[in-house]
Design a protein around this ligand. Structure first.
Ligand SMILES: [Zn+2]
Length: 172
């Protein structure tokens, strides 16, 4: 099967808002047809992943004088974006917020989570969010992490930063 990516051309800069709008319509249809899934939508860009070859694409939204773009992104680029986005202070605030909720969780649930080797702050936030679905989530390919399984990011400090930035996006 040919990949739907083959029908897309990279656009370094849109020729106007109409050009962007028609490209956005094409991508919206691609999502409806399940050729792509939308993995991130922000004010400045929308990221997609091809459901066939897993290629990442980023659609930059024009905002004068920014002209926007449609570009292929590799996994490393995607992780770089998350890494740059990460803010230690914002993470601490999020953790403090969830810590109160964590304190009130069932003791058995906390014991369940203690079995996983995950840094405390990450574990506490995720347990509030997923409860006993935590293990399943860790092992599921998550669109917000460029299709990676969160467990793959529990390996070093840089990957942890990427995981935290992804969690922050998810909980925004
Ligand atoms: Zn593809």
């Amino acid at each position: 099967m040919n990949c739907y990516c083959d029908s897309l051309e990279e656009i370094q800069g849109f020729g106007g808002y109409g050009h962007f709008q028609s490209t956005l319509n094409v991508m919206n249809n691609n999502v409806i047809n399940e050729y792509f899934i939308k993995i991130y939508e922000g004010t400045d860009r929308i990221n997609y992943k091809c459901t066939n070859c897993m290629q990442l694409w980023s659609l930059g939204i024009p905002d004068f004088p920014v002209v926007g773009y449609l570009m292929r992104k590799d996994q490393d680029d995607f992780e770089k974006i998350l890494e740059q986005e990460f803010s230690e202070e914002a993470w601490k605030n999020l953790h403090n917020y969830y810590l109160k909720e964590y304190m009130n969780l069932d003791e058995n649930l906390k014991k369940y989570a203690d079995a996983f080797s995950i840094p405390e702050d990450i574990k506490q936030i995720l347990l509030c969010k997923f409860g006993n679905g935590l293990e399943e989530w860790l092992n599921t390919s998550v669109p917000g992490f460029g299709g990676r399984r969160p467990v793959e990011l529990l390996v070093n400090d840089i990957k942890l930063k990427i995981l935290k930035a992804g969690i922050m996006r998810m909980l925004e």
